[in-house]
Design a protein around this ligand. Structure first.
Ligand code: FAD
Ligand code: MLT
Ligand code: ZN
Length: 472
């Protein structure tokens, strides 16, 4: 049966497009962190939408599960097949064409396998900006960004993938192609179906292309690193920056001292901008689409005001783009640096910005009571109310013992998140890692409606099952 299907898939994509030798499959069977591993009957690499449709239709006829995969940088195991060896991984990485860039419409039409950085570069070459930006941008794909509704460091000003998308092309679970590649900013002809596929983590269909919004290029930028006494100061800093810099505020990231310490320890060339350690840090970025000479003066005066109000303890403003990149390196390097400290238990939560200080205080207390000596690595996109509440084992602790506590520690964080009316996944999604636990934190009617959508789009349950939806 499997050999028969593999033969038919080869007819669709050619012999080189189907990998079935175990030696060729390895890179597709584990995620970036090796946190999830599965097996597969084959990995199929189509080169066009029609080929994706052919592959999905053949798998549907054979009753075989399809697992869409992009750059495999997701953090919840969504792109990893199960261990049955019967699933087919559908890798989009050969579909990376920029189909069209319409400067007058400020849109770009790209295939799902295009690496995020290549789309940023295509926009820049046309004097425009595609603003999605995140640590994995050199490897993650537009399809994966859409399927996880990725966020990152530009959300404060430009929004998430949902806000950046005007149209989609999707291969449905039975192999039909839905062409919704409309580059329209206004379109009220009924339900907004593209939004159903965005954030669905490949459980409703395979995204093959998208029309994305472009923006005027940034022509001036000011970047600063500030030391803060506590998370309340970070919330107050947002207020000061909004008051004095308005819409020029493009990025605001918060990092605990421990998060930065990990980068200083493990990232070659990383340097502490201050002589003495401080409990918390903020990375602030202002930008303008005009070549504004005085943007450094704006950031300096805003941070000066914050200093006067006791919000900021110390601050440095980058005096060159190399210095700005070094400051961003301290922020973007946290995720990788933490991996050097043993297992990294990731939690990606959001709460209303105003409630962050109380949330952090309560959550830290509960975690320290649960595992004395636990190393809490808190950082994230505070301007969006999104914190990465990552955990490392106590110094000298045992990896397996710590991993065994993962479920209980997640509950500590999620109970606290729930008490502050937050979400247990702000930007990474549910994948396999949170698909059961979400049932305890999400309204049951909402979950019923989600199951109804799944039944409507994928009645035979062949599109990335075991992800997102509890019990399915
Ligand atoms: P994959 O990992 O391959 O897949 C992710 C999910 O999407 C899976 O469920 C998969 O089945 C599905 N999928 C993939 N392609 C398709 C498709 N064409 N059609 C349908 N479904 C598809 N995320 C953020 O939001 N913000 C961050 O700041 C951020 N920082 C990160 C930093 C690092 C260092 C790393 C490693 C990851 C980070 N992430 C962040 C996680 C983020 O979700 C991914 O990097 C990215 O969006 C996933 O893209 P991918 O192509 O790697 O998708
Ligand atoms: C980040 O913002 O660095 C990532 O989304 C968080 C992570 O890797 O845990
Ligand atoms: Zn993030």
């Amino acid at each position: 049966m499997t050999a028969d299907l593999i033969g038919r898939l080869r007819e669709v994509v050619g012999p080189a497009g189907v990998l079935s030798d175990p030696a060729d499959l390895a890179g597709y069977l584990s995620d970036w962190r090796n946190a999830y591993t599965g097996t597969a009957a084959a990995v199929v690499r189509p080169g066009s939408t029609e080929e994706v449709a052919g592959v999905v239709a053949r798998c549907s006829e054979a009753g075989v599960v399809v697992v869409p995969q992009g750059g495999n940088t997701g953090l919840c195991g969504g792109a990893v097949p199960d261990s049955s060896g019967r699933q087919v991984v559908l890798s989009l990485t050969r579909m990376r064409r920029i189909r069209d860039l319409d400067a007058a419409n400020q849109t770009v039409t790209v295939e799902a396998g295009a690496v995020l950085r290549s789309v940023q570069e295509a926009a820049a070459a046309a004097g425009l900006l595609f603003p999605l930006s995140l640590g994995a941008e050199g490897s993650c794909t537009i399809g994966g960004n859409l399927a996880t509704n990725a966020g990152g460091t530009g959300v404060l000003r430009y929004g998430t993938m949902r806000d950046l998308t005007l149209g989609l092309e999707v291969v449905l679970p039975d192999g039909r192609i839905w062409n919704g590649l409309r580059g329209l900013r206004k379109d009220n002809t009924g339900y907004d179906l593209k939004q159903v596929f965005i954030g669905a983590e490949g459980t409703l269909g395979v995204i093959t292309a998208a029309v994305l919004k472009l923006f005027p290029a940034v022509r001036s930028r000011a970047t600063a690193w500030a030391a803060l006494p506590d998370p309340q100061a970070a919330v107050d800093l947002i207020g000061v920056l909004r008051e004095l810099a308005g819409d020029r505020l493009t990025g605001l990231e918060l990092m605990s001292r421990r998060s930065v310490e990990f980068v200083l320890r493990h990232s070659a060339g990383a340097r502490d901008p201050f002589g003495d350690p401080h409990p918390w840090y903020a990375l602030v970025e202002l930008s303008d689409t005009l070549p504004v000479a005085g943007l450094d003066a704006v950031i300096e005066s805003a941070l000066g005001e914050a200093f006067e109000r006791g919000v900021v303890l110390d601050a440095v403003v980058a005096s060159s783009s190399a210095q700005a990149a070094a400051l961003w390196g301290l922020r973007e390097g946290i995720s990788v640096a933490q991996n050097h400290e043993g297992p990294s238990l990731k939690h990606d939560v959001s709460v209303p910005i105003s409630r962050i200080p109380a949330f952090v205080e309560r959550t830290d207390r509960a975690l320290e009571a649960a595992v004395p000596g636990i190393r809490i690595v808190t950082y994230g996109h505070i301007g969006d109310g999104n914190l990465h509440y990552n955990l490392s084992k106590p110094v000298g602790g045992d990896d397996d013992e710590f991993r065994a506590r993962a479920g209980a520690l997640a509950r500590v964080i999620y109970d606290s998140t729930c008490a502050f009316d937050g979400s247990i996944s702000a930007e990474h999604g549910l994948g396999q890692s949170k698909r059961e636990i979400v049932a305890d934190y999400k309204d049951s009617h909402e979950l019923d409606l989600m199951r109804g959508l799944k039944q409507l789009f994928d009645p035979r349950g062949l599109m990335n099952p075991g992800k997102v939806l509890p019990g399915l």
